[in-house]
Design a protein around this ligand. Structure first.
Ligand SMILES: CSCC[C@H](NC(C)=O)C(=O)O
Ligand SMILES: [Zn+2]
Ligand SMILES: [Zn+2]
Length: 465
């Protein structure tokens, strides 16, 4: 099939047309071809896609870092069938531009994790990991203002696309920060690894969960990791030093079957009702606890949500089994053994023969130190302070790949530099403003230098060198 090849500035023209609803027939036609993948965009002749060190403006008037971010947003790494090959090609190109080696590890068929490495002047020291996932969650396109994979920028500079916050922005910010540092002639003392991980959005089993047990992971000799956080609507930036443990549980309630016209004893539905009441009553107390305390955030309480119910075959047949599933998120301060005992008690109280099983049951409760005496946290927080950034420390309410990193004993901070931004991860019309995005590159530039310059600890060596 014939593909047209057009320069980048055409994307700009398309987006202008979209913003102003001026569907000129010619543009409309070209835009349709672009959406169908029949037009390929070529870099403008003013340089590589990522642009130079100083964020010079491309011929479209757009900062090249923004253009690169928008290009990455257009790759359809969306579940259930993410185009990971497109992401790998894109990242290979970046590695070439940055002149950094890239290692690829196929964890499972079609699940490749890649690592770009900027070697430090003292590679014997523990390294810094800049982690990001390449996949994104699906969209309900009918609820979006624009196509979720065209990266439209509106008149206010808001860039719309699935992954704009979670977390393609952060990937490009890491990359552009390193591009600038290299162009300035900086060199890190500690080695810096950029890791691009598949399948975070579907639980991380074919991604980070497996990779932390891989010999190649050990070889990286990681001392400290940065990974995704959340946007924050106010002036302050949120940083996450731990996560709640996800427990996904299904409870099976067996019972006596019979005719729907009778009072059958000991039915599955009666047991199901008792189970639902126990979980939902607990939900209410935790909700009250959150609402009553000024100093609690969502990460400090247990959330309970009934997410699935199954059972029954016909209106007039009392079912022999019914089941209910809950999504529980448990803060690191909760005694997990005690909590499971409570679940067992609720099951016993509900009646005979009730069993349960877990689809997710994370037990590790490691948190990362935020003591000023901790050298990693100290480097992170003093750098932010020097940029007049206010940090709010929290427990991440959901689950990210950081949980696997912390579980193997490596400190990790969840941080996405997106203040003055509504939290829109996994939501319709996910966007990030280009100015907020660009400020984040400055933030990482300083953070990468500071973290990679944390002085050597006593006896710190890399056993793999
Ligand atoms: C437990 S695996 C699923 C991971 C997913 N992460 C996010 C950030 O949405 C979640 O918390 O549901
Ligand atoms: Zn994410
Ligand atoms: Zn996500």
């Amino acid at each position: 099939m014939y593909r047209y090849i057009l320069p980048y500035k055409w994307i700009f023209l398309f987006s202008v047309c979209l913003q102003h609803d001026s569907y000129e027939p010619m543009f409309q036609h070209l835009y349709c071809l672009y959406l169908k993948g029949l037009i390929t965009m070529l870099p403008d002749k003013d340089g590589p896609s990522g642009g130079g060190p100083c964020s010079t403006q491309g011929s479209s008037g757009e900062d090249p870092s923004v253009s690169l971010f928008r290009e990455y947003l257009r790759l359809k790494t969306v579940h259930p069938e993410p185009d990971y090959d497109a992401a790998l090609r894109f990242l290979d190109r970046i590695a070439e531009e940055l002149d950094l080696p890239m290692k690829k590890i196929e964890l499972f068929p079609r699940r490749v994790l890649s690592i770009m490495t900027w070697e430090g002047t003292n590679p014997a020291l523990k390294s810094i990991l800049l982690n990001s996932h390449t996949d994104v969650v699906p969209v309900y396109q009918e609820h979006w203002k624009y196509d979720a994979f065209t990266a439209v920028k509106d008149a206010e500079g808001n860039i719309y696309g699935r992954g704009a916050q979670d977390m393609k922005s952060v990937t490009i910010q890491y990359i552009q920060a390193i591009r600038r540092l290299k162009a300035e002639g900086s060199q890190p003392v500690r080695t810096v690894h950029l890791m691009f991980v598949p399948d975070e959005e579907v639980g991380g089993h074919k991604g980070m969960e497996t990779f932390v047990t891989h010999p190649e992971f050990q070889k990286l000799n990681i001392g400290f990791a940065l990974d995704e956080g959340l946007a924050s609507p106010g002036e302050a930036f949120t940083v996450f030093y731990g996560e709640r443990n996800p427990w996904w549980i299904t409870i099976h309630c067996p019972g006596n079957p019979g005719h729907g016209s009778r009072f059958v004893e000991n039915t599955a539905a009666e047991k199901l009702r008792s189970i639902i009441n126990s979980f939902m009553d607990f939900r209410e107390t935790e909700k009250q606890r959150l609402n009553m305390s000024q100093c609690f955030t969502l990460g400090d309480v247990t959330t309970v949500n009934m997410t699935m119910v199954q059972g029954g075959v016909a209106y007039n047949v009392i079912p022999a089994e019914m089941e209910v599933s809950f999504d529980l998120r448990i803060p690191p301060t909760v005694n997990l053994q005690g909590f499971e005992k409570q679940i067992k008690l609720w099951c016993k109280e509900a009646g005979e023969g009730i069993t349960y099983e877990f689809a997710q049951k994370h037990m590790n409760q490691n948190v990362t130190s935020t003591e000023e005496s901790d050298p990693w946290w100290n480097a992170f927080s003093t750098t932010c302070k020097a940029m007049n950034m206010v940090l709010e420390k929290e427990i991440f309410p959901a689950a990210t790949d950081s949980r696997f990193i912390r579980a193997v004993g490596i400190p990790a901070v969840g941080f996405s530099p997106m203040n003055r931004t509504p939290i829109l991860l996994h939501d319709h019309n996910e966007f990030l403003n280009e100015q907020v995005f660009l400020s984040g590159i400055d933030v990482y530039q300083r953070l990468i230098l500071a973290l990679s310059s944390v002085p050597a600890f006593p006896d710190e060596t890399n056993p793999f060198l």
